[in-house]
Design a protein around this ligand. Structure first.
Ligand SMILES: O=c1ccn([C@@H]2O[C@H](COP(=O)(O)OP(=O)(O)O[C@H]3O[C@H](CO)[C@@H](O)[C@H](O)[C@H]3O)[C@@H](O)[C@H]2O)c(=O)[nH]1
Ligand SMILES: [Mn+2]
Length: 403
């Protein structure tokens, strides 16, 4: 396929949670064989583990500073205090290595090839379902330009944003969108809000099958649901049911997440950061499941049984040599053999997750003790045997993980 190098789809992830949305989006664009580059803007909060995964799948990962509107009054009107950071989206105009781009929110996914969008001009976008004289900024065609970028910042400083987020600002700046040029007025099918079934069901029945991009806009995102890979169905758990979303699309998001994104996270050893939980009846059932899918990549070799005797650990050459190095360094063989087996077991459980999980959920546990920094220390051999990496703490982690 002919690759177009001066045009790109661009998305934004300011933290690990939104980056998971970005990974689903990326997989959906690749699945529909885009010929354009895939770029993501990230901010310093994205962990090193996630950066590795993003670098592996996006053509370009660009780190930018966090821009924040800090406009709490307007954001409060929208009941979305977190959206000030969406000003960071404005950085997309700095990507001048590309001639033309299509921005897509990280909470969207594509259902077919949408490369024809690159035939459109700045600023092309689809109407917002809440106020159709405004465009929704979950998807728009733009031309990177440092001049436009600085004019946008200046405009933001002088006028602010009527909703506190990027959407209010961009609609004020590109204010002729609603009336001037119908070719910049894109079909709603390019940015279909996932609750359209509820707001206008007959129209959804008539046209929904032609949808090209699904956008999970609103306070509740697909990753806040729980998913059962056996049934392929997501469900809402705990408390008030969220605003309406079409479950068919939520299920689709989760199907892509579990079949395409989880294996990537496992392969790059970042699965533990997102708190994928498995609900197994007990450890032996879990191990049985793991050993059954031993041959299936990308799962790592798995221990057949839990054995805390002093037999050598031989199920993964690289891991066991690392483990032996730790053991011989500290000459505390009996204690650390058990300790290392637990670590191995923990790693193997994570590695086997993709196929063995009975339920998935995504949580931002980046603040937890086993964060990116700790993992880096671990990888570099700085292990706090007496403190947070002590055997009982690893045991606690295992217990939590297997709850
Ligand atoms: O903490 C955050 C919040 C947002 N984003 C990015 O910004 C986008 C917009 O935020 P989102 O939560 O998707 O907003 P929406 O619920 O879609 O709300 C609407 O309002 C936002 C603020 O004006 C616009 O950015 C959206 O395009 C518009 O659909 C996300 O998709 C991400 O790409 C982050 O990376 N981190
Ligand atoms: Mn969005």
């Amino acid at each position: 396929m002919f690759a177009v190098t001066d045009q790109a789809f661009v998305t934004l992830g300011t933290n690990d949670v939104y980056c998971q949305g970005a990974l689903v989006l990326e997989q959906s664009l690749r699945a529909h064989k885009t010929s354009r580059q895939l770029a993501i803007l990230i901010t310093p909060d994205v962990s090193s583990g996630y950066r590795t995964v993003l670098h592996a799948v996006f053509d370009e990962v660009v780190e930018v500073n966090m821009l924040d509107s800090k406009d709490t009054a307007h954001l409060a009107l929208m009941k979305r205090p977190e959206l000030g950071v969406t000003f960071t989206k404005l950085h997309c105009w700095t990507l001048t290595q590309y001639r033309k781009c299509v921005f897509l929110d990280a909470d969207s996914l594509v259902l077919c090839n949408i490369d024809e969008l690159f035939d459109r001009e700045e600023l092309s976008a689809a109407p917002d379902a809440g106020w159709p004289d405004c465009f929704n900024t979950g998807m728009f065609v733009f031309r990177p330009s440092l001049q436009t970028y600085s004019m946008l910042l200046q405009f933001a400083e002088e006028h602010g944003s009527f909703d506190g987020g990027d959407q209010g600002l961009l609609n004020s700046y590109f204010s002729s969108w609603a009336t001037q040029d119908i070719s910049k007025h894109l079909s709603f099918l390019y940015n279909l809000s996932s609750n359209a079934t509820y707001t206008y069901l007959p129209a959804f029945r008539q046209f929904g099958s032609e949808a090209k991009v699904i956008h999970f806009l609103g306070a509740v995102k697909p990753w806040q649901y729980k998913y059962n890979p056996q049934t392929g169905a997501a469900r809402w758990e705990g408390g008030e049911p969220p605003g309406p979303h079409c479950m068919e699309f939520i299920n689709l998001w989760w199907q892509i997440y579990s079949s395409e994104v989880v294996p990537l996270l496992v392969q790059h050893k970042v699965a533990e950061e997102i708190g994928i939980k498995q609900h197994m009846q007990n450890l032996s059932i879990g191990l049985l499941l793991l050993s059954e899918q031993k041959a299936a990549p990308p799962a790592a070799p798995c221990p057949k049984e839990v054995d805390t005797s002093e037999a050598p650990i031989d199920n993964d050459e690289q891991q066991s040599s690392e483990v032996r190095a730790i053991v011989s360094d500290h000459l505390l063989e009996p204690v650390y053999t058990v300790f290392c087996k637990c670590v191995l077991l923990f790693n193997n459980l994570l590695a086997g997750l993709a196929a063995s999980i009975s339920e998935l959920s995504v949580e931002d546990t980046s603040e937890e003790a086993y964060g990116a920094k700790e993992r880096q220390n671990w990888e570099e051999g700085h292990i706090d045997y007496m403190g947070k990496d002590a055997f009982e703490n690893i045991q606690k982690k295992l217990d939590r993980f297997l709850q």
